[in-house]
Design a protein around this ligand. Structure first.
Ligand code: GAR
Length: 211
């Protein structure tokens, strides 16, 4: 069973979906620690309610982003974390964290990347006028929502949708797809090859020899 470290800055509904999937045995993983840069994050209360250690690491307590991430990495290591899951974590991840967990940091984003990275993805999608929105789970690199895609779920944009209604329907899919992606990782079924994330055992094609 792998140990998860979840980084969350706010509401924590994706954290909740991950905890629920672990507790229900749908996910062969355990939430080992929740870390937040925001002492008021609802995610911290959710962690506490489920007996998951909750740690606050404020950015302003460190001189540089590297120092800040060193504190986070120390906490992740202290809790023997295998996989880091960003769940509404409102900061760009830097080299210190990525080097400590190479291809072992995932994120969820409420858009079909590479469309609409960054803030307010659902509003961007509505303003652009797309007919299909959705969400993406991807491995994290140094860019904003730019790493290799693991899973995506489409969500149709309905006549009369506003940011709130569309966000709500996307969120339902986020809560399904994030635990699903983590389960694939936990089962050793994800392999990153350049920009592609291959899912081992999917389809009938023989598995290509990549690393
Ligand atoms: C989610 O919709 C997540 O996809 C988004 O923030 C929300 C967090 O909600 N993340 C991003 O936009 C990352 N670029 P939650 O705190 O209830 O999980």
């Amino acid at each position: 069973m792998i140990a998860l470290g979840v980084l969350a800055s706010g509401r924590g509904s994706n954290l909740q979906a991950i905890i629920d999937a672990c507790e229900a045995g749908r996910l062969d993983a355990r939430p080992a620690v929740v870390i937040s840069d925001n002492p008021r994050a609802q995610a911290l209360e959710r962690a506490a309610r489920h007996g998951v250690p909750a740690v606050v690491v404020e950015r302003r307590a460190s001189k540089s982003r590297d120092d800040y991430e060193r504190v986070i990495v120390a906490s992740l290591r202290e809790h023997a974390v295998d996989l880091v899951c960003l769940a509404g974590y409102r900061r760009l991840v830097g080299r210190v964290l990525l080097d400590a967990f190479p291809w072992r940091v995932m994120n969820i984003h409420p858009a079909l990347l590479p469309s609409f990275p960054g803030l307010e993805a659902q509003r961007q999608a509505l303003e652009y006028g797309v007919k299909v929105a959705g969400c993406t789970v991807h491995f994290v690199d140094e860019g904003a929502d730019s790493g290799p895609v693991i899973l995506q779920k489409p969500v149709p944009v309905l006549e009369g949708d506003d940011v709130e209604s569309l966000s709500e329907r996307i969120l339902e899919q986020e809560h399904q797809v994030y635990p699903e992606a983590i389960a694939l990782y936990a089962a050793g079924r994800l392999k990153v090859a350049g920009r592609r994330v291959h899912i081992l055992g999917e389809g009938k094609e023989p598995w290509p020899d990549v690393h």
